[in-house]
Write a protein of this length. Structure first.
Length: 269
């Protein structure tokens, strides 16, 4: 018997069709870690905006579809669920109502945020984890969720830490593992930090203009094609009230302390 799990976050309603009660239970447990804490489980008769379908194709093999579009075929169950997790988050990020999602790590210090826009595999989760270890409050390791006033809201899912073997496997890790805690309220962005990892790099901060800052963020802004006017309005409000700093970063444990000290010295609190 087919089961459908329906959830809502940021005004986006998503339905996921799975094969068995057991799979739906597994899916709901996973969603608690990979979606923000305030996502809602909808009633079975609720209408949804986006639909995913999980199909068993062979023994212990699965395929995933978004509507009629094939996302992944004949994969192991864990890989299929990993892809489903990310596709649900991308869908929410693209179609969120009244918010702009930017691929970015976010932490807070003294009530203001450091926003770290970056693509996947660029080290933002590693840096966020290290900043939390050094006393920053966790907001997100994947998306900065910005409202129409340019304030950033928590997207405090578990951190997606990659395994040390370099295979790309992610382990969803609660922030409490690092001795930290997650923020609860919307706050202003005090700094946008544009980083580039380079082994043994020295800290050489370059202050960018507002225009340069917006250009650096645009490429990481998820709904820019769907609603460019609203996205640009929000991004401009962010850079109006923040300093935009660009620098290469080296080894993360030393760099995190440097970044926190720079933030405290240069951002009004």
């Amino acid at each position: 018997m087919t089961n459908i799990v329906k959830v809502q976050a940021y005004g986006v309603k998503v339905g996921i069709e799975v094969g068995t009660n057991g799979q739906s239970d597994v899916l709901l447990e996973r969603l608690k870690g990979v979606l923000p804490n305030d996502f809602q489980v909808l009633k079975k008769n609720a209408k949804t905006d986006h639909q995913f379908i999980v199909k068993r194709t062979k023994k212990n093999k699965f395929s995933l579809y978004k509507g009629d579009e094939s996302i992944i075929s004949d994969s192991e169950e864990d890989m299929m669920f990993d892809r489903l997790d990310s596709q649900i988050r991308i869908t929410i990020a693209e179609f969120a109502v009244g918010n702009v999602f930017v691929h970015s790590g976010v932490v807070a210090i003294d009530g203001k945020a450091i926003m770290i826009p970056a693509s996947s595999f660029k080290g933002k989760t590693t840096l966020v984890a290290e900043l939390v270890k050094n006393g920053a409050t966790y907001y997100s390791d994947e998306y900065a969720v910005l409202d129409e006033e340019g304030l950033v809201h928590p997207f405090a899912k578990d951190l997606s830490m990659r395994t040390p073997d370099g295979g790309g496997k992610q382990i969803e890790t609660p922030v409490e593992t690092f001795g930290g805690f997650a923020g609860k309220s919307a706050i202003p962005v005090g700094m946008v930090f544009v980083m580039e990892f380079q082994k043994y790099a020295r800290w050489k901060p370059e202050i960018l203009s507002r225009g340069q800052g917006v250009l650096e963020i645009i490429s990481h802004t998820v709904p820019i094609r769907n609603d460019p006017a609203f996205s640009l309005t929000v991004l401009n409000k962010v850079v109006d009230n923040a300093i935009i700093v660009k620098s290469k970063r080296g080894e993360v444990s030393r760099f995190a302390k440097t970044l926190i000290n720079y933030f405290k010295e240069n951002v009004n609190t």
